[in-house]
Write a protein that binds this ligand. Structure first.
Ligand code: SF4
Length: 240
């Protein structure tokens, strides 16, 4: 595992839980609005400052009983070759595991599901399928994402889907297509969903600096999206 950051305490990252968060380095996507360029852009990654896994295990050892779980985010955690072993060690300590993922590595998702290692998955639904390539600069990922969502829906794990609303990439009109897409993947996906998060775009720090000129959405605009999503999902939240 190449770990670029560690937050020892959060009440925000894991819904209804007190957790710590591990930030893994590297991502196969290049979302223009990504607000973690320092762990996504190879030119900016500082490998000398990567954290030792042992530091994290030692910390967690002393937090048994006071933390509920560990969030593993990125970057894209499923790129990490040591992910399965890393999670196994944390699970053995008795912590819950949440993973934030773009879901494009369905083979890794399958492996983690087969070993029942993840309690909560938060998957980014970046946009409608036909805009994925424009958004992520990555080809042929939609099928894998569909497989991941389908497998998780059929598992015991909790699933959250989340979309960052940003001009040109994911807008109000796209959400009808997103609903149809997810329903087409698995008709139980929305009823099983723990929640759907609608995230406002943050222009302060972006992978593509052009996005810094784009304004965040107005609250009323996000409410319209939220009302649309509430028709098919019980728990919809607006973030930011
Ligand atoms: S937003 Fe997520 S998926 Fe997109 S580049 Fe950043 S870390 Fe990768």
């Amino acid at each position: 595992m190449i770990i670029g950051g560690f937050q020892k305490f959060t009440m925000l990252d894991y819904p209804e839980k007190v957790a710590a968060t591990v930030f893994t380095v590297g991502c196969n996507f290049r979302c223009p609005y990504c607000h973690n360029p320092e762990i996504v852009d190879p030119k900016l990654i500082d490998y000398d400052r990567a954290l030792d896994e042992k530091e994290i295990f030692d910390f967690l050892e002393g937090r048994k009983g006071s933390l509920d779980g560990v969030c593993i985010t990125g970057g894209e955690p499923t790129l990490q070759s040591g992910l399965v072993e890393f999670i196994k060690k944390i699970k053995e300590m008795g912590f819950l595991i949440k993973i934030d993922t773009n879901a494009s590595h369905s083979n890794v998702v399958k492996h983690l599901l087969n070993e029942d290692l993840v309690d909560y998955w938060a998957i980014d639904v970046k946009t409608v399928p036909e805009k994925y390539k424009i958004m992520t600069k990555k080809e042929d990922v939609v099928k894998n994402i569909e497989q991941s969502i389908d497998m998780i829906t059929q598992s015991r794990s909790e699933l959250e889907l989340r979309t960052t609303v940003v001009s040109g990439y994911a807008i109000l009109d796209d959400f009808d297509k997103i609903i149809d897409w997810i329903n087409g993947i698995n008709k139980d996906a929305f009823s099983k969903l723990h929640r759907y998060s609608i995230q406002n775009f943050r222009p302060e720090k972006t992978l593509n600096s052009d996005l810094g000129k784009v304004l965040p959405c107005q609250e009323e605009y996000l409410e319209k999206i939220s009302n649309k999503m509430k028709k098919i999902c019980d728990n919809v939240i607006i973030v930011g």
